[in-house]
Structure formats: C-alpha cells, structure tokens
Write a new protein. Structure first.
Length: 333
C-alpha cells in the first residue's frame, strides 16, 4: 500500500531538491517484485537531468528487484548517488554497490549483502542466508576441537603409553557418535540451495560495481561473507573502507532528509511503501508567437506604412507580447 509523505514536508523537501542539479527520488519500503517496476516508472516519468540522487530507506528484500532498479538507474543517468539517511540493508546495499557515489547522514547505515530466506516450514519468518553456513562452520570447529581434546586426554590418562593412532581412533569414534545425530539432520539440498542464493548477491554485486568501479577490491566478498549478522551497522567510516567515493550529505540533502523525517530513516511497516519524485521537471513553454497572424505581425512590427502621421509608438501595446521571450515553467514531478 502506497503511503504519501505529508504535503508540508514534501513541499519543503522539493524546495531543497530544486537547488540541486539532479533528479531526486525517495524510495522507502521493502525491495520487491512489482515495486521495482512502480519505482522505475516514477523515475521514467520524471527524468530530466543527467544525475540522480535516491534517498533509499529499506531493510532489504528481493535481490532480483534491487538489480533491476540499479541497472535502470545506471542506464538512465551519468551519475547515481545513493543518499543513506537511515537503515539501508541487504538488497539496499546491493543498490549502493551499483552507485557512483554514496552520501551519508550521521545516522545512515548500510548492512551486509546477506540474502534473507524463508525458514523451512516457517514461511512467515526469514533468516539470513549466512545462518546455515555459520552453523556448519561452528559444528565443524566444535568437532575438530573435541577430537584434539579427546586425543590429548587419552594419551595423558595413560601416561603416554597409548600410541597416537590408537588414541585418535578412539577419539574419532567418540566424536562420530557425539555429532552424527546433529549432522544427520542437515539436508544437503537445503545447504546447496542456500549457498546458491548467497551467490546471487556476489554475482549481482560484481556486475553492478563494474559500471563505475566505486567498490574497492575484495569489498563485495567481504560484504557477503565476513560480517557477523544481518543487522551489522556499516556507517560512513566503515563504508569508506569498502567504497571509493563516500561523502557526508550536502546542506540541501540535509534539508531534504530533515523534512522527510522518519520517511528517510526507517522503512515503513508491512507492505506499506512511499515512492516520491522530489525534484521538479522543467518543461519549455509553447512559443505564443508561432500562431500570430500575418496582419497582426505587420501591425505590431511597423504599423500601417500608409499612415499620415509617420509617428511610431515607442511604448508596446498592453495587448502585445513581441518583447517577451519564451520562458520555462515548472511542472510538479
């Protein structure tokens, strides 16, 4: 369900956006199929400049949708700035990877590139795709540690008379009996499916990052594999170690964010979302002289050539518009 930013806040944000030489958009909500199309259509309808700033607030979502949004922005604009004013996680980070520049507010934060997956038999709950990998790593480490500990204890208990092969065989049997039930509950197909899902973030990230090379070497792998939790806070300082172009928000961008308030900082709950074009689109006025009739043009330019007085009127008629140049009108985006 689409939610509108209050009119007064929206007008303040638009007034600040008008001072920027860029199209400015707000995306607040989960990144999901169909919403990507809705946002892309808003961008298409309000496209008028070479650069774009996206105020992106999301807890994450569908990596396919994030990829489509970012690819479209890369195709449409010569420069893409992601303004991170609050929480921008998971699939939101994937869009940030494809930007040419990141702008941070003090409380802005990215997150790791870990894909959120539905829990088996619990479709109303999701978990990070890294959870099962972390579980396997933990079990493996515990099994190894148990094996080494038991071997040493067997040898020490027999005053060194027990050979290492005998002690290791006994320790292996013990560890197998201890951990076999646990490993037996792991579904190899589930592990493989989740592993492939996690590769999506890396594969998409590499393709998006190739456009402007704003991601440092090894950063995508780090974002996908090394952070300890889905909620890990990647602030401006941390992001500077991952991206080439990271800056603080400009004065106009700060005004935009402050006007939007929580719409720029926290994702709306449930299926609610807010998409807005904050910049204005310039449309040239029609030339009002193009339809002037021939007689009117002659009368305005030089009057009646057969007039007896021969005087010319130096003051333009109040009904004439010959001295006015075509201007620009601003249509709401």
């Amino acid at each position: 369900m689409a939610i509108n930013v209050p009119a007064a806040a929206l007008e303040t944000a638009k007034a600040a956006a008008a001072k920027l030489d860029a199209d400015v958009f707000l995306y607040n909500g989960e990144i999901a199929a169909l919403r990507d199309l809705e946002f892309i259509e808003i961008v298409s309808d309000n496209f008028s400049r070479k650069e774009v700033i996206v105020v992106l607030t999301t807890n994450g979502g569908d990596p396919d949708a994030a990829y489509r949004i970012c690819r479209y922005l890369q195709h449409k604009y010569e420069k893409v700035t992601v303004l991170i004013a609050g929480r921008c996680k998971s699939a939101g980070t994937l869009i940030a990877v494809g930007s040419s520049e990141l702008a941070f507010m003090p409380y802005g934060e990215l997150g790791p590139l870990d894909i959120q997956l539905s829990k088996v038999d619990k479709f109303d709950r999701v978990e990070s795709g890294l959870v099962i990998q972390d579980a396997l790593n933990t079990l493996e480490d515990r099994a190894k540690q148990s094996f080494y500990t038991i071997v040493n204890e067997y040898i020490a208990a027999n005053n060194g008379l027990l050979s290492f092969p005998t002690a290791s065989k006994a320790a292996s049997d013990f560890v197998t009996q201890l951990y076999a039930p646990v490993f037996g509950r792991i579904d190899p197909e589930e592990v493989g499916a989740r592993s492939r899902s996690m590769r999506i973030a890396v594969d998409y990230g590499k393709r998006l990052a190739a456009k402007w090379s704003n991601v440092k070497h090894g950063a995508i792998q780090k974002l996908a594999e090394t952070y300890s939790s889905h909620s890990f806070v990647i602030d401006q300082r941390e992001a500077a170690g991952l991206f080439e172009k990271v800056r603080g928000a400009s004065a106009e961008e700060v005004v935009i964010v402050e006007a939007l308030g929580n719409f720029a900082r926290f994702q709306l709950p449930g299926d609610e979302h807010a998409f807005h074009a904050l910049s204005t689109k310039f449309i040239p006025e029609e030339d009002t002289h193009a339809n002037d009739d021939e007689d009117g043009g002659k009368s305005q330019d030089g009057g009646d050539p057969s007039g007896a007085s021969g005087e010319t009127d130096a003051t333009p008629s109040s009904e004439g518009s010959g001295g006015t140049k075509p201007g620009l009108s601003i249509a709401a985006g």
